[in-house]
Design a protein around this ligand. Structure first.
Ligand SMILES: Nc1ncnc2c1ncn2[C@@H]1O[C@H](COP(=O)(O)OP(=O)(O)O)[C@@H](O)[C@H]1O
Ligand SMILES: [Mg+2]
Length: 237
């Protein structure tokens, strides 16, 4: 039972105005539901697959590594605060995590890994920008909060004034929020930085095919590496 949902519903029931509405909490409290809304509205996501408990086989998982790449991100749909989000690098690791998550849910989320040193967090209220900040991912983990050797590590937080946020970052946050509803949202958005062919610091143009962005995983990475931005991905969290 999601306690925030209960509080919002109770307030609603008693006629108290609620800006973090219970319908949105219900959608965002389940990543399968939330991603389905984002996909329906064409909001950019990393390649994402919903895997049912009955579909957990070595063949299927090895196919996922082939199509989404290595490593993979595995999520239990009701996760929050990065609690049940793991990075796996092989089939054995995948099953270790999946067996744990499948005890809590009939479905798990499998995602392409987006390498990034920070998350954008865009706060949106009623379809308008409320705040923006950068969460710097600790070097010992890939997510903004993690338990490492029994210690909790947290991301660094840097608030960014609205005029310092790239307009496309604001727009992506607003589009993601609008795909869910008209309440209060914190939209996580990762800008992928990965090694790719090209000169250091030079921005690669997006490759397009029939008007669609070609996913970065398909871009060859076998020449002299340098860090450049290839794509923008964002997630409502
Ligand atoms: N596909 C991904 N690739 C790389 N990092 C990811 C990916 N998905 C999530 N993360 C990292 O893990 C964190 C937690 O994931 P998220 O989906 O927001 O789950 P939660 O709802 O538990 O916070 C994100 O803030 C991000 O730093
Ligand atoms: Mg999150």
């Amino acid at each position: 039972m999601n306690i925030t949902y209960v509080a919002a519903r109770m307030a609603d029931f008693h006629g108290i105005p609620v800006i973090d509405d219970s319908d949105s909490i219900q959608i965002c409290g389940d990543k399968i539901n939330m991603y389905s809304h984002l996909i329906k509205k064409n909001v950019a996501l990393p390649k994402t697959v919903f895997l049912s408990k009955n579909d957990l086989s070595v063949e299927r998982v090895s196919q996922l590594f082939d199509t989404l790449g290595t490593p993979l991100i595995v999520k239990e749909p009701s996760t929050s605060f990065s609690l049940r989000v793991e990075k796996v690098t092989d089939i054995a690791g995948f099953f270790r995590v999946a067996r744990r998550f499948i005890k809590m849910s009939d479905w798990i989320v499998v995602q392409q890994y987006v390498e990034s040193t920070y998350d954008w967090r865009v706060g949106v209220l009623g379809g308008k920008l409320l705040y923006a900040c950068k969460y710097t991912i600790p070097s010992v983990t890939f997510k903004i909060q993690a338990s490492v050797n029994g210690h909790i590590v947290y991301c660094g937080v840097e608030s960014v004034p609205a005029d310092g946020v790239p307009p496309h970052v604001i727009q992506l946050g607003i589009d993601a929020a609008n795909a869910i509803g008209n309440g209060l949202y914190g939209c996580g958005h990762q800008e992928q930085q990965r090694r790719c062919p090209g000169h250091r610091g030079k921005r690669q143009p997006f490759a397009r095919k029939r008007g669609r962005r070609i996913l970065p995983g398909r871009i060859r990475t076998d020449r002299q590496p340098s860090l450049c931005k290839l794509g923008k991905y964002h997630f409502l969290t």
